[in-house]
Structures are given as structure tokens and as C-alpha cells.
Design a protein around this ligand. Structure first.
Ligand code: ADP
Length: 327
């Protein structure tokens, strides 16, 4: 029996952080044993926000190395660099012809990006969900391990698949999000989500213990109140949710009790978190060194992934062109 296909990608906008790890990479790791997986560095999405072209190639490679160090195994899954498989762009154009502009303009992710980069509102940004739909549909992906922030894009993807199927005959599955426990990791700065593009919001997987300590030291804790239930949002809530994500359950209970008894020491909580986070990241950092030092191995993994992905993509594109009357 054919295994279900899984597809997910991460932008090359910086080093992977805890949000990417819990929201996406943990899901990829959980699926690679039993599904036919393709995991990508989505460089064409990366260039929709301001970026440094002279650093893009090295950023792409760092994400591939992060994937490998996190435990993605090229014997079980294929690693892809999006722009190396031209089918993504061709399929995105074809799908854009059946999808309304107004729906894209209304998406919260597009509005957020417009607010974040008011001087960099480009067509690519508007097009992002269509390209993302083509990323997954090019491989007829059924499961997509991504954070909850991507749910609106998944909805667009399903709408596009449905519309295409109804216009041209059944071709695409309707992809579903694969959910992880940490599908929304909050920002360290107190509000919003942890993101590579928001300074002060993240802890990177490559951070050493001192860096983790410093980043946590800067995280706000003054919620204006103390005692009673632990708050549901804000800096204090975020620290507690990190305790949960790192399975520091007995410490969670202790600090919860301290909070209710109005004698919580945030420096103590932050130190517990620092140690807990570093303990989980250390094996990743050690494995990372192996791949950093073996560039031939990394090159051959990238090439193998490219050849495999191009083959699958070509099959879909032959079918799509034929169904749309283009061949
Ligand atoms: P970023 O916003 O940091 O640039 P990307 O847009 O490249 O990250 O997202 C890569 C993957 O990581 C996506 O699956 C996204 O849903 C997930 N992700 C990003 N930030 C978080 C977060 N704070 N919590 C959970 N998942 C996240």
C-alpha cells in the first residue's frame, strides 16, 4: 500500500528557534518513520520580505543542517530546496488563475506582513498562500506538519484543491495540518508568537547556555499582579508555557504554587528553564557539528533530494497541464 505523502517547509530567514522546533520539526520527526515525507527549505517564500541576497545561500544550507541535526533522516525522508524544483512556480501560476484576489487580500497573515513591512508590500507576499498551496499539492501532500499560524494557509490550500478538482476532475487531496503539542510557542517578549523576524522573541536551537540565560533574563515578568491563578497571557504565562513544553512538570507545579502563595522568584524559574532548554538542545548541537564538518555529505543529501522531488513534481505537472488543456 502506498504511504500517505507529507510535506512541510521552513523559510531561510534565520536560524531555527523553539517555535519552529515545536510547531514544525517535532511533527516532521514524528511522521518520517511511517509516511512518505518531503521537507523543504522554502527559499522562494523567504524572498517575499526584505533579505540579504549575499547571505541567502548560506542561510538555506544552515536550515538543511538544522534539519539533519534535529534528526530528519535522509534515508526516511527527502530534503528539498524549493527553488531547485521549478514545478512549484509553474503550478502556483496555474492555480492562481482559479483563485480570487479578494480572498488573498483578506488573509490575516497578509495583513500582518503588510503591517510589519509597510514599505515592502509586494506581489509575492499576496501570492504566498498560492505558492504554499502549490508546494504541497505539487507532491499531492495529505498531511502538513506546521504551526497553528499556518492554518489560514491550509484552508486556502484546501479551497484551491477543491476548486481545481471540481473544474478539471479529481487530482489533488485536501491537505490537513498535523498538529503537535507546541503548535503555538509564544514570543519571549510577552506578546505574539516566537518568530525569527522579531528580535527578542526567540531562543535558537543553536544557542549556548549563556545565550539562553541572557535571552530569558530579558523576558518580561511583571504582570502587574501576583497571587491567584497563573495568568493566561503575557510574559509570566509564556514562561509557564515553556515549562510545560519542556516537560518540567514537577517544577511547573512548584512555581504555580509559589505564584499562588505570592512568593515566586522569577530568576529561579528562569534558571530552571535555562537548564531544561539547554539539556534538550545539547544533543542537537553536538549532532550539528558532524554535518557542519562534512560538506560533501550535506551536498549529496541535497542532490539526492532534488532528483527525487523533481521526478514526483514532473508527474504531477504532466497530469495538471493535460487536465487544464495545456497539452
Ligand atoms: P518564522 O515565523 O520564525 O519565520 P516560518 O514562517 O519559517 O517561521 O515557519 C516555519 C514553521 O515553523 C511553520 O510550520 C510555522 O507554523 C512554525 N512556527 C513558526 N513560529 C512558530 C511558533 N511560534 N510556534 C509554533 N510554530 C511556529
Amino acid at each position: 500500500m502506498n504511504k500517505k505523502r507529507v510535506y512541510s517547509g521552513i523559510r531561510a530567514t534565520g536560524r531555527l528557534h523553539l517555535g519552529n522546533y515545536f510547531g514544525a520539526v517535532k511533527g516532521m520527526l514524528a511522521l518520517q518513520d511511517n509516511y512518505d515525507c518531503i521537507f523543504s527549505v522554502v527559499d522562494l517564500h523567504t524572498i517575499t520580505v526584505p533579505y540579504d541576497s549575499s547571505k541567502l545561500q548560506s542561510s538555506i544550507r544552515e536550515i538543511i543542517i538544522d534539519y539533519l541535526a534535529a534528526g530528519l533522516d535522509p534515508k526516511k525522508c527527502h530534503l528539498e530546496i524549493q527553488s531547485k524544483v521549478l514545478g512549484h512556480v509553474e503550478l502556483a501560476y496555474l492555480l492562481s488563475t482559479i483563485y480570487p484576489v479578494s480572498r488573498l487580500e483578506d488573509l490575516p497573515t497578509y495583513k500582518d506582513k503588510k503591517a510589519q513591512y509597510p514599505k515592502y508590500i509586494n506581489m509575492g507576499l499576496l501570492y504566498y498562500p498560492v505558492l504554499m498551496a502549490s508546494d504541497v499539492l505539487l507532491y499531492k501532500g495529505e498531511l502538513v506538519p506546521v504551526g497553528i499560524d499556518q492554518e489560514p494557509h491550509l484552508e486556502v490550500m484546501r479551497e484551491i484543491a477543491r476548486k481545481f478538482n471540481s473544474m478539471f476532475g479529481h487530482t489533488f487531496p485536501e491537505p490537513q495540518r498535523f498538529k503537535t503539542d507546541g503548535d503555538y510557542v509564544p514570543s519571549l517578549s510577552g506578546g505574539g508568537k516566537m518568530s525569527k523576524s522579531i528580535v527578542g522573541s526567540y531562543i535558537n536551537l543553536t544557542d549556548d547556555i549563556e545565550t539562553i540565560r541572557t535571552r530569558l533574563a530579558l523576558a518580561p515578568t511583571d504582570s502587574g499582579k501576583i497571587g491567584g491563578e497563573v495568568p493566561k497571557e503575557g510574559g509570566v504565562a509564556n514562561l509557564f508555557s515553556l515549562l510545560r513544553l519542556f516537560k518540567l512538570d514537577s517544577q511547573y507545579k512548584k512555581f504555580e504554587q509559589d505564584y499562588m502563595n505570592k512568593n515566586i522568584h522569577y530568576a529561579e524559574l528562569k534558571e530552571v528553564l535555562t537548564q531544561g532548554i539547554y539539556k534538550e538542545l545539547k544533543p542537537f548541537q553536538e549532532r550539528r557539528k558532524i554535518f557542519e564538518e562534512d560538506s560533501n555529505l550535506v551536498d549529496s543529501i541535497i542532490e539526492e533530494g532534488r532528483l527525487k522531488c523533481i521526478k514526483i513534481a514532473q508527474e504531477t505537472m504532466v497530469e495538471v497541464r493535460k487536465k487544464m488543456g495545456l497539452s
